[in-house]
Write a protein that binds this ligand. Structure first.
Ligand code: ATP
Length: 368
């Protein structure tokens, strides 16, 4: 829907700023979220993502700007009166109540008839697959199960928009990866729109329809995971999402579909045929992902860019090996090479002289 110019965003954030005294935690943020999306606010600690989320839920006032949900300006609308709900990082479950009572709490407080509460709670319990645990208390559950109770509790009131602050932050890596897909399935089944805060870039890549990358209170890029990874708007985004090699240089040739960049870091000109923009003489940075590079002891005649170097470090990661290669200029680049066979990783080793190559399409020009 974000590609459809006629689509109306369900959530609109317009030039929102939040100041705490003289400190600006969120600075002139604008974004649109469409129905059915999982939109992730991704950024490092202190970038303002939780503050933005709290303003969307109404737990924090905006200093200036406007938040519109389903066509209605939210100025002065209390959290409970919004079509939103929030799932906190701490889960905030009631320790003395069973799973069932925790989930039913909000509905009972709203005065819903007892049989309707029972039906909705049991639907939710099966949706998050906690049927066997309905009568347990939170301390009798694993972290992953507690997470599902918190999710059920925040969804049972059928909010149109759910804010999730680090929803999987308390789970270990393996469980987090499994739970990501569960969360996506539940979200899809219910058709709820999610706004998720996370500092974990892999989590954002997995979950999101789109990501807003935040730093210093600002959103520096909004896009699908693919757009953000393949066409990072600037160096910060390129670095923050995945790992990347950056070459600094100056454009020496500018053609319709490629540019040539001279860089002291490579001793040879770099050819870029992707995400190209610029004029001759302009200083640019070129980003090349480690997995888009090839490494070999033999020259790489088919590659547009080839540089000689020496392997300085090797990390065996199972499915791939990651090489630190020292170039003749002294710069080190990181190359990831898939280990498709058992021998794969063992053909190259420390101090080997190698060629590192990448296609013209592999690099992207990013602003410094
Ligand atoms: P984290 O991932 O560490 O939670 P975050 O991106 O969610 O980080 P926020 O909690 O939004 O960051 O905080 C953004 C900035 O605003 C921080 O520098 C924080 O110290 C500051 N801040 C947040 N709440 C307040 C407050 N009530 N008073 C003053 N400063 C605040």
């Amino acid at each position: 829907p974000w590609n459809d110019p006629k689509a109306v965003p369900f959530l609109q954030v317009k030039n929102v700023t939040k100041k705490f005294g003289t400190f600006t935690a969120v600075s002139d943020v604008s974004l649109d979220v469409y129905k059915g999306e999982i939109f992730c606010l991704l950024g490092g600690s202190g970038c303002g993502k939780s503050t933005l989320l709290r303003m969307l839920s109404g737990f924090e006032d905006v200093t200036s700007g406007q938040i519109i949900i389903d066509g209605q300006d939210q100025a002065g609308v209390a959290p409970y009166a919004r079509q939103t709900n929030m799932m906190f990082q701490s889960y905030a479950l009631f320790p003395h109540m069973t799973v069932e009572k925790n989930i039913a709490y909000g509905l009972k407080r709203d005065g819903l008839p007892r049989d309707e509460v029972a039906v909705r709670v049991s639907e939710m319990i099966s949706l998050v697959q906690l049927d066997k645990f309905a009568n347990r208390k939170p301390h009798q559950l694993s972290g992953g199960q507690q997470q599902r109770v918190a999710l059920a509790r925040s969804l049972v009131k059928k909010p149109k928009l759910l804010m999730l602050d680090e929803p999987l932050g308390a789970l270990d890596k393996k469980l987090r990866e499994e739970t990501q897909f569960e969360l996506m399935e539940i979200q899809e089944n219910l058709g709820v729109t999610f706004v998720v805060v996370t500092h974990d870039q892999e989590e954002a890549m997995t979950l999101s329809s789109r990501i807003g990358v935040m730093t210093d209170g600002q959103i520096v890029q909004t896009g699908t995971p693919h757009e953000i990874y393949e066409y990072p708007a600037n160096r910060f985004v390129a670095d923050f999402i995945g790992s990347v090699n950056i070459f600094e240089g100056r454009i020496v040739e500018d053609e319709v579909d490629y540019v040539v960049v001279q860089s002291r870091e490579t001793n040879t000109d770099i050819f870029v045929a992707h995400g190209v923009s610029g004029t001759v003489g302009q200083k640019v940075a070129i980003a090349v992902r480690p997995e888009k590079m090839t490494i070999s002891k033999d020259p790489l005649p088919d590659m547009r860019n080839v540089i000689k170097g020496t392997i300085a470090e090797v990390a065996y990661m199972g499915n791939r090996s990651v090489y630190q290669v020292q170039l003749e200029s002294g710069k080190r680049v990181r190359v990831a090479h898939p280990n498709r066979t058992r021998r794969g990783a063992h053909t190259l080793t420390w101090e080997d002289e190698v060629y590192v190559g990448w296609a013209g399409q592999a690099g992207v020009v990013v602003s410094q």
